[in-house]
Design a protein around this ligand. Structure first.
Ligand SMILES: Cc1cc2nc3c(=O)[nH]c(=O)nc-3n(C[C@H](O)[C@H](O)[C@H](O)COP(=O)(O)O)c2cc1C
Length: 390
């Protein structure tokens, strides 16, 4: 039995990550916008769905294998783009991408990652996906898309629900700023997390890798931070998807869909897939949980593109519930960040293994053998469907 075998759930990882990672960065991950109501609902609503149990069937040969945009994956799970994952553990994005590669699932790199597109490409041998935040600076946008294409990223994931940032009170209270201020409180905090601090001192990846050195004139961290803070493009609309897809030249995934009409818009503007997401409850507080709106979006899309879901997935059970309700796959954000915080790459390996084992057993106990055949017949009750029609 290894040390990590004692971790049985994603929650176990969360509790230990809280002790290992400086409070400022742990809470950056474990927080939602404003009241955190949507953050809580995301997970809680999965618990309101009941699965059908069927027995008397041969469940010896079970398969979780499926495809995402034509690529075979070992289960319907992918790692979501998360900014500054390299602050949960040194070189966090590289470690998570390697874990995903070993597990046969897709890793998605955030625009605001610590390790750059090129760093992750050099450390991996299968294509990862790249999440793109559109900036005001058109030249920068084009260069970033070109870098993702040059790194042979398998898809570009355009996030639409983050033009303005929902406030996370914990981040404000912790004084989380870019660039970081070395306050006495922060220095004391680092001294209490020696393993984290030593690893951070050893790596050269400590700033936003996709920006540093790629913004003409921004030669200091302060100048780069100033430039970044002025780059939110509030004028972004559906039509921008067309030039992004054309420039990238590969599949387009649109992230941040919560409304059936927006799902239709995404399809009409070239989306090969959408991610039903409320950003893990970090943006519009009061928005519905994703599992609640999924069935309406599946109806609206009518099979015209692949549909994924994230926000609140914490187990193999959650993953199968989403698939039964029409998602082709789910993404996880915080669960793998907690894994990184506890034990780096091995922690992410273990989080993925836990979800896989839960899903495999659950599939069998449902009386099913093939994840791709799950559907409404596997759901015994779902009290979440909104009463109003869309
Ligand atoms: C710490 C953190 C940083 C995130 N950064 C990004 C980001 O840079 N780009 C993005 O599209 N989504 C970002 N997200 C949202 C995730 O991609 C995903 O939608 C969310 O984490 C899913 O919810 P979960 O954490 O409950 O699994 C971030 C989420 C977290 C927790």
């Amino acid at each position: 039995m290894t040390r990590l075998d004692r971790f049985l759930t994603v929650d176990d990882f969360m509790k230990v990550a809280e002790r290992r990672v400086p409070r400022m960065f742990f809470q950056y991950a474990d927080s939602g916008a404003y009241t955190e109501g949507t953050y809580r609902d995301n997970s809680a609503d999965f618990g309101k769905i009941r699965l059908e149990q069927r027995v008397g069937r041969d469940i010896a040969g079970r398969s979780l294998t499926t495809t995402m945009l034509g690529r075979t994956v070992s289960m319907p799970l992918a790692l979501a783009p998360t900014g500054a994952a390299g602050m949960q553990a040194a070189d966090g994005e590289i470690k998570a991408a390697r874990a995903a590669e070993k597990a046969g699932i897709i890793f998605t790199l955030s625009t605001v990652s610590i390790c750059s597109i090129e760093d992750v490409a050099a450390a991996t041998s299968v294509p990862f996906w790249f999440q793109f935040y559109v900036r005001k600076d058109r030249d920068f946008n084009e260069r970033l898309i070109d870098r993702a294409r040059a790194a042979k990223c398998g898809a570009i994931v355009v996030t639409l629900d983050c033009q303005l940032g929902g406030q996370r009170h914990k981040d404000v209270r912790n004084g989380l700023t870019v660039p970081l201020k070395m306050t006495p409180k922060f220095v004391a905090e680092m001294a209490m997390k020696p393993r984290w601090s030593l690893a951070m001192l050893r790596t050269r990846h400590r700033t936003f890798g996709n920006f540093a050195g790629h913004v003409p004139g921004a030669t200091t961290v302060a100048a780069l931070a100033e430039w970044m803070s002025q780059q939110d493009d509030l004028t972004l609309t559906w039509t921008d998807l067309l030039w992004i897809k054309k420039r990238f030249g590969g599949p387009l995934v649109v992230k941040g869909i919560l409304h059936p009409d927006d799902a239709r818009e995404a399809v009409a503007h070239g989306a090969d897939a959408i991610i039903v997401s409320n950003h893990g409850g970090r943006q519009l507080d009061g928005a519905p949980s994703t599992i609640r709106v999924l069935p309406r979006i599946v109806d609206a899309v009518g099979g015209k593109c692949e549909i994924y879901l994230d926000s609140g997935v914490r187990s193999g059970h959650d993953m199968l519930k989403a698939v039964a309700l029409g998602a082709r796959a789910v993404f996880i954000g915080r669960p793998f960040l907690y894994g990184l915080g506890v034990a780096g790459e091995a922690g992410v390996d273990r989080v993925i293994d836990i979800i896989r084992a839960e899903a495999d057993t659950t599939l069998g106990l449902m009386g099913e053998t093939d994840v791709t055949t799950l559907g409404a017949h596997n759901i015994e009750s779902n009290d979440l469907i909104a009463p109003h029609g869309h």
